[in-house]
Design a protein around this ligand. Structure first.
Ligand code: SF4
Length: 199
């Protein structure tokens, strides 16, 4: 992708509400079976319950093969207050924050597509089962029906084995893992990350 298009995609990410955005080289992104394994142990409630989560998401091995056809990706990040990420009374606000990442990934994917990079695709943060279909009994796709959110639903970075902390470091950002039991007052960086692979 020409540098001017990458610069304008990065500018678009910031204009659409990302707090940080950076272009990275796809060859530098680390994928690991260990990351995808974290969806299973300890078991995420969405494991096997969503078409975009393991074991239905592309495996790290498959994703690694796909990425050999690409050169650059735009990584973006949204600050989310730690109280929202951790609070038991913040479920709706937390869901809205995750949804913003899905929306940004879809809009930036679309912007790349219409700039002529028609193979571009987005990856989000968190499971679309939890973010977009939490009110449904099950993932429609896994029940043999059409996804009601084809324009928004994308696999999360971690589902395909991308190490989000390594990705953030690649972008030049500091990020700290955020456990459920963390003390919000001690959290210095609370954010969500998505990416658009440009092709
Ligand atoms: S958005 Fe809903 S129906 Fe579509 S893949 Fe995700 S969970 Fe399944």
């Amino acid at each position: 992708m020409p540098q001017a298009n990458l610069d304008s995609l990065r500018a678009k990410a910031l204009e659409l509400g990302a707090d940080r955005a950076a272009v990275v080289q796809v060859r530098d992104i680390t994928m690991s079976d260990a990351v995808a394994f974290k969806c299973r142990v300890p078991r995420c409630p969405q494991y096997a319950s969503c078409a975009h989560c393991p074991p239905h998401a592309p495996s790290p091995e498959e994703f690694r093969r796909v990425l050999t056809d690409f050169h650059q990706a735009l990584v973006f990040n949204l600050h989310v207050p730690p109280e929202v990420m951790l609070g038991s009374d913040q479920i709706d606000a937390r869901r809205r924050a995750f949804r913003s990442v899905f929306e940004l990934a879809a809009k930036l994917e679309s912007a790349a597509f219409y700039a002529g990079h028609y193979l571009s695709f987005g990856l989000a943060a968190g499971s679309c089962r939890n973010v977009l279909c939490h009110a449904q009994k099950a993932c429609a796709v896994l029940e043999g029906r059409a996804c009601p959110h084809p324009g928004l639903a994308r696999p999360p970075l971690e589902a395909v084995g991308i190490d989000v902390f390594q990705l953030a470091a690649l972008a030049g950002w500091k990020m700290q893992p955020l456990g459920r039991e963390a003390d919000a007052a001690q959290v210095h960086d609370s954010s969500l990350t998505g990416m658009v692979v440009v092709g």
